[in-house]
Design a protein. Structure first.
Length: 256
């Protein structure tokens, strides 16, 4: 009986430990998923910021080149030179992006941004050679405008897709968090039920043991009483105050 009780409690403790370990494993897994989703959201913002920066630098590039073309003043080359330095860094950052789904769009932005820069540089070089007519002719060929339109077009597609990916990542984040919460509630609930059942079992076993002991004591008392009543010798029981608590039949005859 005692072995059976020990086995029952041991099994309950093992189940409780399994539940606790499961909670830890699930929590770690869901936390890793949330970290991955958070990294995707962060990457999405970074890509959008890079795309906006490339567009701004391309516009500065175009503005500086056009200002120098029309005036011949070196002051207008300041935004062009600044854009030249920063555009290279931004394009390198775009090249290092590992998102396969948007690789074609990102590569297209890089290609047209580089073409726009080379076009502006060519126009500036012609203007520096005092060939205003040829540089204006090159400007009117609309190649530079087409490059800028392409840049804006592919950046708008990229930002649209990034918004979609961002929304998907947010939904995944919410779903993952909700799943984690539900799983934790289920596991904690299961652990609570197990503890309640274990407590009830322990209390039930304790009451059962108490009842069995009381029954055994009663049976032994009756057995002893039966033996004492059946003997011919006198038997008298006293408590610590020497008060008679029991006398058998043989003793009773002496008090009649």
């Amino acid at each position: 009986m005692a072995f059976k009780k020990i086995t029952t409690y041991f099994t309950a403790v093992v189940l409780l430990l399994i539940i606790i370990v499961t909670v830890i494993i699930v929590s770690i897994k869901q936390t890793d998923d949330l970290k991955t989703i958070n990294n995707e959201i962060t990457a999405s913002f970074e890509i959008t910021e890079l795309a906006d920066r490339v567009l701004t630098l391309s516009i500065d590039n175009e503005t500086g080149a056009r200002g120098y073309l029309l005036t011949g003043s070196e002051e207008f080359l300041t935004p062009f030179e600044n854009a030249k330095l920063n555009l290279s860094t931004s394009l390198d950052s775009l090249k290092n992006i590992q998102q396969i789904r948007q690789r074609y769009i990102i590569d297209s932005i890089i290609v047209y941004a580089e073409k726009r820069f080379l076009f502006s540089k060519k126009m500036i070089d012609i203007r520096r050679n005092n060939n205003l007519e040829q540089s204006i002719k090159l400007y009117n060929a609309d190649d530079g405008r087409i490059f800028m339109e392409r840049i804006r077009y592919f950046i708008s597609i990229l930002k649209h897709q990034q918004n979609q990916l961002l929304n998907e990542a947010k939904l995944k984040s919410n779903d993952s968090f909700n799943q984690l919460t539900i799983i934790q509630y289920m596991i904690v609930g299961s652990a609570l039920i197990l503890v309640i059942v274990l407590g009830y079992k322990f209390r039930s076993d304790a009451l059962k043991t108490k009842t069995e002991l009381e029954k055994k004591v009663k049976e032994q008392t009756l057995q002893i009483r039966s033996i004492l009543e059946s003997i011919s010798d006198s038997f008298i029981a006293f408590d610590k105050n020497f008060t008679i608590t029991y006398i058998n039949k043989a003793s009773a005859t002496y008090f009649q």
